[in-house]
Design a protein around this ligand. Sequence first.
Ligand code: DC
Length: 229
Amino acid sequence: MRKITIAIDGFSSCGKSTMAKDLAKTIGYVYVDSGAMYRAVTLYAMEHGCFDGERLDVEKLRGMMNDIRISFQFNPETCKPDTYLNNRKVENLIRSMEVSERVSIVAALDFVRAEMVAQQQAFGKEKGVVMDGRDIGTTVFPDAELKIFLTASPEIRAQRRFDELKAKGQEANFEDILENVKERDYLDQHREVSPLVQAKDAILLDNSNLTIEQQNEWLLEQFKLKIED
Ligand code: DC
């Protein structure tokens, strides 16, 4: 059967990764979480003295870009790929609030995006990939056969992130998370390079009132319709 490229874009904490990962597993495709890559660069910058509080030394990070290697390894226990930064597993560290608060600044830099987009295109060059992010259907794979744009209300998204952090035993405050969600929406939509925007040929899904099973079913249906085209 012919393989296609599937791009899932949308606002933060919409459940894009859950949806993309579940579909990839069901149809035997590779799943790539592009947000994890921007998070890993942010963690690297934090660990190498590029941040003073939330202020970033852009030139320092620019000089370090060649030292940053991001990869993924499938974890059979969680059935998800774990993110590795220079061969060190950083899957949990990149999900912390400290990283979440700084990642939009890093993801807005043109030299960071150029490097990440090139790596993402390399991951998808054989097709058979499901990638989620903000600019997958517009910049990374503008020719993707199936493009989804996912959205949900900020309150529902904040609640989902709150539940996720709590489940992992991490510190979480609902109001702080809601503020972070809204701030990231604004930054993602208003940055100069590759802002978050729905591709013209993307299918819009608001999953505010859908269960994970319902959204997975809907997505599998979209996939089937595409490959039958
Ligand atoms: O999906 P996420 O919350 O893990 O993404 C982390 C950050 O990275 C988010 O602020 C937006 C940014 N991002 C991006 O700019 N482009 C992508 N393709 C994926 C994520």
